[in-house]
Ligand binder design. Structure first.
Ligand code: CA
Length: 224
């Protein structure tokens, strides 16, 4: 899962960065609306976490701009203001959910999972494919009850492929799911991650194969 955080309070940014990283969620960050709009247009995010009181205006102003560009990305609004009128206003602007500061990280994570489900085809947190079951909440992949030892990046690759199970995932789109804008990425970095994941899936007899269409994309399929 890849998240864009639009927030200007350094303590909040660092707390969220740590928490999301621990949960293998890829994070890009900006502290202002102007940059947020540019980032949301140039990259695809699974969710935007949006503060309201930002240096260049009310965060809510971003949402109609996204929708006008037919960008359906779910938006979770974070704010210190939590009365009913503010919540209604946030939803009227086209945001998808609302969380009042201070909040528990666990609640934020649960809401992110719910929003990601709504945005994709996933009906539950646990998906089965081949002999593998993947828990999107715990970021845990298992075969016959045994947890696979996957790195953070391998989990990001697997997650993106599972969300598109049986469908081709274009190379650029997979890159965006696995590396944030701040990551320094070598030209073959994605292929390395994919080939490591493929080896681990095969060694675990997961019944899954990652097929590569060179230069085009990747496809996760059953291989029982
Ligand atoms: Ca703020």
């Amino acid at each position: 899962m890849r998240v864009l955080l639009v927030e200007d309070e350094p303590e909040m940014v660092s707390a969220l960065r740590d928490a999301l990283r621990r949960h293998q969620i890829l994070l890009d960050h900006t502290a202002n609306l102007y940059e947020a709009e540019a980032m949301a247009s140039s990259s695809s995010f699974d969710i935007i976490i949006l503060d309201r009181q930002l240096p260049d205006g009310d965060g809510l102003g971003l949402v109609p701009k996204l929708r006008a560009k037919k960008n359906p990305v779910p938006v979770l609004v974070l704010t210190a203001r939590g009365d009913i009128a503010d919540r209604v206003e946030g939803l009227d602007y086209g945001s998808d959910d609302y969380l009042t500061k201070p909040f528990a990280i666990e609640e934020l994570l649960a809401r992110l999972r719910a929003l990601a489900r709504r945005g994709g085809d996933l009906q539950s947190d646990i998906v089965k494919a081949g002999r593998l079951s993947f828990d999107f909440g715990k970021r845990d992949a298992r075969v016959d009850g045994v947890s696979l030892d996957l790195t953070r990046r391998e989990i990001l690759v697997l997650e993106a492929l599972l969300r598109n199970f049986g469908r081709m995932v274009p190379r650029n789109s997979l890159m965006e799911s696995v590396f944030s804008m701040d990551d320094e990425v070598q030209p073959n970095a994605l292929d390395l991650q994919v080939s490591r994941l493929r080896r681990k899936l095969s060694a675990a007899t997961s019944g899954l194969a990652v097929n590569v269409v060179r230069g085009v994309g990747y496809l996760l399929q059953e291989d029982l």
